[in-house]
Design a protein around this ligand. Structure first.
Ligand SMILES: NC(=O)CC[C@H](N)C(=O)O
Length: 392
């Protein structure tokens, strides 16, 4: 037996798979994803750094593991909770099984857990931290021993320390982004114009989508200064997805603020949130996030709706965009939250969802097409004045 003990004292039991040590506990923010497929892409998506991921699809592992389909090399997921773990024997071309990958790469897995009850619990009370442990008592001890009467109700405010920062750390600069991103800049050759990508823990599929359109790409670590990026004279900039709370990245926000008036920009997920912050807007934590592959998003101008792949726990506060030059042009039809922005004066667009999401839906490729159009319509303008934005 192995256990997931939520911070409110609720215990879920199952069996261990993957890379458990003989003893000890491992903590993370517990989140759920409702996608029917794509477990490999989720396990390797660095936006889940520091989190324990619960998959609602009841059979996981059935098509095996295909090494070249991972979204990143580094693995920062804390744990994986599934109902039924399947071996993937039926997949002829698989390189290995999901369980094998978890064992090799340090992921603590829990199988046979009641993922439906767990998901309903998170939906009801909000995202909260939990620990994986072989002995339930060890987990309860981690949360301070006697937990009776400590059950929380719908309050997720103090789970932020697990999503934004390294476990046990609270100093600035120890944000998960700095662990998730690449260490040194590198280039991906291509016949077309140069694009700069600021990497916060990028999914490979974002780079693939850009490469597919012919761009030459230079990928920079999250801490790269604006001047270094501008010195390369890129035609545009892409801000990637990444883990944690966007509100805990003031240095990066300051840097993006310098780049705002100077380059065409595409922001994806964390990149979108950081653009809003750089322009003077605010972000907030959602009760239990959006993680799944069928989130309906509507363009408020055309009323056109598409299905999108999503993985985020924070969102841009729509009211805070007043006076920033950004307009919320896309909305989530489930809860009305901001799903995309466009800037009034600058060639900048952003989406909260994943247009590159693989496995699909594939109907949001227009985001990349629109960005390519913006690049051809307006180029690099290094001498543009700084915008008059009010910083919070
Ligand atoms: N996929 C992402 O980029 C996630 C962004 C951010 N970490 C959030 O949870 O909202």
């Amino acid at each position: 037996m192995a256990y997931l003990i939520l911070r409110d004292g609720v215990v879920f039991k199952g069996e261990a798979f993957g890379a458990w040590p003989a003893q000890g506990v491992r903590a993370g923010e517990v989140v759920f994803n409702t996608s029917m497929s794509g477990y490999q892409e989720m396990v390797t998506d660095l936006s889940y750094a520091g989190q324990i991921l619960v998959l609602t699809q009841p059979q996981i592992g059935n098509y095996g593991w295909h090494d070249e389909e991972s979204e990143a090399e580094r693995i920062l997921l804390r744990g994986l909770v599934v109902r039924e773990l399947c071996g993937g024997e039926g997949s002829l071309h698989a390189d290995r099984s999901l369980a094998d990958f978890c064992s090799r790469r340090g992921i603590w897995g829990l199988k046979g857990a009641d993922t439906r009850a767990l998901t309903r619990h998170i939906r009801r009370y909000g995202t909260l931290p939990g620990v994986l442990a072989m002995r339930a008592e060890e987990g309860l001890e981690y949360w301070g021993g006697n937990l009776s009467g400590r059950r929380q109700s719908g309050n997720c405010s103090d789970s932020g320390s697990f999503s934004g920062r390294f476990e046990g750390e609270s100093t600035a600069g120890r944000h998960w982004v700095y662990r998730a991103c690449i260490r040194e800049a590198y280039e991906i050759p291509g016949p077309g114009e140069l694009l700069a990508v600021l990497d916060f823990g990028a999914k490979r599929n974002i780079l693939r989508e850009l490469s597919r359109r012919g761009f030459r790409i230079k990928v920079f670590p999250a801490w790269t200064e604006a001047g270094e990026i501008l010195d390369c004279h890129p035609a545009g900039l892409v801000l990637t997805n990444g883990p944690g709370d966007p509100g805990e990245l003031p240095e990066i926000v300051k840097n993006i603020r310098v780049l705002l008036p100077r380059l065409p920009i595409l922001g994806i997920c964390l990149g979108h949130q950081l653009l809003a912050l750089a322009a003077g807007g605010t972000t907030y934590k959602l009760p239990f996030g959006h993680r799944g592959a069928n989130h309906p998003v509507q363009d408020v101008r055309t009323l056109r709706t598409t299905m999108t792949s999503q993985n985020h726990g924070y969102a841009v506060e729509e009211g805070s965009l007043k006076g920033t030059g950004f307009q919320a042009v896309l909305k989530n039809l489930n809860d009305g939250t901001v799903e995309g922005m466009e800037h009034r004066d600058y060639p900048i667009i952003s989406v909260q969802y994943h247009p590159e999401g693989a496995p699909g839906p594939e109907e949001n490729q227009a985001v990349f097409e629109r960005f390519a159009e913006l690049l051809s319509g307006r180029g690099h303008s290094p001498d543009a004045p700084l915008p008059a934005v009010q910083m919070a």
